[in-house]
Design a binder for this molecule. Sequence first.
Ligand code: BEZ
Length: 247
Amino acid sequence: MKWNSKLYDSNQHFVSQYGESLLEFLPDNTEQSILDLGCGTGDLTAQIFEQYPNTIGIDSSLEMIERAQSKYPKIKFLNISAYEMDFFDKFDVVFSNAVFHWILDQNKLHYNIYNSLHKNGILICEFGANKNIDKIFNAYNKSIKKYNQKINISFYFPEIINHKKLLEQHGFKIKEIYDFDRPTVLPNGRLGLREWVLQFFSSDINKYNSIIKEDILQNMETILRNELFKQENWVADYRRIRVIAKK
Ligand code: BEZ
């Protein structure tokens, strides 16, 4: 997926804001080394860096990394993906917010994270749980049906039991794992749902011309209005899984 970093900062800033609650799981020792995996435009990395000066961020998108680096020149940012990273015994903490659901090879991801951690290092992460954005995804599916195209979007939204198994297979000891509903108010009032779909389902919706796109978006808004449009804002049906696990 191609990310537009400026649009991301102006429209999807809420992603890092919601991630702030994950910071409370960081260790007391501020000397510890921290990797922010999938740091995007660096806002959460910068918050971590304020307290933990041995923090770096990585992201697979060059555009995101360039923007992060220009906003926060004191922090080290690297343009590498979770698949490519080959750190060995380097970090006390791997931290990641709203990223794992984009990564389809979870074995490779967890293999690389495990290797990158020191002994007793911890993984702190949050991402989409089972049934995350179910209503939005179903409305999209319904709305594209008449165009007879195969959908080109996949996410990893696991059940706790399956994700627990995966972590254990990779040698992690689980300290906490739980999931929860986290209804998420989308920015920009009436435009919120369509802007979200255009950004996050871009790999699929961009194959349609502008007339069809408009039809899909309007159809989705009609399907979802009763359930997800509250007090002039769209509220996405996010569900989160949170993991604290030790090497
Ligand atoms: C999420 O943060 O849960 C998410 C965002 C975009 C697409 C799918 C899931």
